[in-house]
Design a protein around this ligand. Sequence first.
Ligand SMILES: [Zn+2]
Length: 119
Amino acid sequence: MVGFTDRQLQEIQTLLLEKKAQLEQQLQDAESATGVVTLDQTTVGRVSRIDAMQQQSMAVSTRGKAEASLRKVIGALRKIDAKDYGYCSNCDKPIEFKRLEVQPQASYCLICQDKLDQA
Ligand SMILES: [Zn+2]
């Protein structure tokens, strides 16, 4: 373990569980939004159909992002269970707690993340 206290880990775990619940909700919402575009019964018209289609494509991209984040969050929770949490997946060095507090699902340290972002 990276020298996190149980309290810190618990804090992170709580953050992750909250995120997980949020993302699952988001995915559920997106699920209903990405269904077949139906005409709104109350405001039938070309405009509302275009609106509906725009909303649908936005929902599709939101959903993709939410799915990717959810996978990371679940992965981080598994790592906590496996007592393998807090190490960079690239260089194996401990990730700073401050970073994890903001982004508990982060699997890279700042240095590696920077490199990845630039690549
Ligand atoms: Zn690293």
